[in-house]
Design a protein around this ligand. Structure first.
Ligand SMILES: [Fe+2]
Ligand SMILES: [Fe+2]
Length: 358
């Protein structure tokens, strides 16, 4: 089993090694690390004719599927602070907890607002990282087909950064800084050394997590503006997912057993560390305002009999089934995934068919 990362930020809660940043100064330092040294192999290619028909077709589909985040969204549509845009219970952590504790509706709604703007801000920072990593792929990928496609995905990710930042600034009035755990993990993905590792980070880990989270929001929200934004982003993501499957199959075919083992370990380490935070970064930022003690919340969650089933949902949506299908979760790592509540049960089919763009 691969070693875990972020060991200097770990502590034990009921036998579970959580990642927790209690030192605000360290958090601020992490956020101020704006320059990242990234190894990048640049490849020329003289084969302009293109060889992979499916990739060219996907690129053509991408050109037709472009939309304008400024003019195609009805920005005059309301997103009122005094209305529920998600179910009060079951969708977000703080309003669910506060409801169970008997808090009044206004308090629960305010907690939902804070938690959701926090989540959307983290998605926004993730989109910025996706944009940057996709830019790297246009340099690093060896074939012209992959360069064409990665180049077109850059503009999709730019649009996602644009639309989510406009939603946060115009409609929620708050854009929150990046969580420390996320910053470290995104840097690790951006720093991945080879084009194969970069493709794994971008197309399987990034895209897999994004598809799961966006689909969960799209299904839960009752607000038409938010639904429209997420639906449009999902249309782009459906192309990215298709590219991801094509390119990762190729990568796996071309990799040595050593490279595959390295990828399997890398994927586990990233997902394990992400999961180990257990929303502590969010709770450290917002919990106190609602009288929620982060340690108590995590302890309570971990002691629930159904914890692993609930906790694994977001991972079992797309990222784990995809890793498994690619042969990047094998007997060697499967138990470790189960132990930390990322992999649960034995159903590995995709939870949801992405909408097809054009
Ligand atoms: Fe995106
Ligand atoms: Fe994407």
């Amino acid at each position: 089993m691969p070693d875990t990362i972020l060991s200097e930020y770990r502590r034990q809660v009921d036998g579970f090694a959580v990642v927790d940043f209690a030192d605000e100064k360290k958090v601020e330092n992490l956020r101020q690390q704006l320059d990242v040294d990234v190894p990048l192999d640049l490849h020329w290619t003289w084969d302009y004719a293109g060889g992979v028909e499916e990739l060219r077709a996907l690129y053509e589909r991408g050109k037709k599927g472009q939309w304008n985040a400024e003019t195609d969204i009805d920005w005059s549509a309301p997103f009122p602070r005094e209305e529920w845009f998600m179910p009060r219970e079951g969708a977000l952590l703080m309003p669910s907890l506060l409801t169970a504790m008997g808090a009044d509706e206004g308090t629960c709604r305010e907690a939902a607002w804070d938690e959701f703007s926090h989540l959307m801000s983290q998605l926004l920072h993730g989109e910025q990282a996706a944009m940057q990593l996709c830019g790297q792929l246009t340099n690093a990928c060896p074939s012209m087909d992959a360069k064409f496609y990665a180049g077109s995905q850059v503009i999709d990710e730019v649009r996602h950064v644009e639309v989510i930042s406009k939603f946060l600034l115009r409609k929620m009035g708050q854009l929150q800084p990046i969580d420390p755990t996320l910053k470290i993990l995104l840097d690790m993905l951006l720093e991945a050394p080879t084009w194969k590792m970069k493709t794994l980070g971008m197309q399987t880990l990034f895209e897999g997590m994004a598809v799961g989270i966006f689909d969960t929001i799209a299904k839960a929200t009752s607000n038409p503006l938010l639904r429209d934004i997420i639906r449009r982003v999902q249309l782009d993501e459906s192309r990215h997912a298709a590219f991801g499957i094509l390119s990762m199959r190729q990568v796996v075919k071309e990799s040595t057993p050593e490279e595959l083992a390295e990828m399997e370990d890398f994927a586990f380490k990233i997902l394990e560390a992400l999961n180990a935070n257990q929303q502590l970064d969010m709770l450290r930022t917002h919990g106190a305002k609602y009288g929620l003690d982060p340690d108590n919340v995590v302890q309570m969650a971990l002691s629930m009999p159904e914890w692993a089933k609930i906790n694994s949902e977001i991972y079992m949506h797309t990222v784990v089934p995809n890793l498994r299908r690619l042969g990047l979760i094998t007997e060697r790592t499967e138990d470790a995934y189960r132990e930390v509540g990322i992999l649960f049960g034995d159903r590995f089919e995709a939870k949801h068919e992405l909408p097809i763009a054009n």
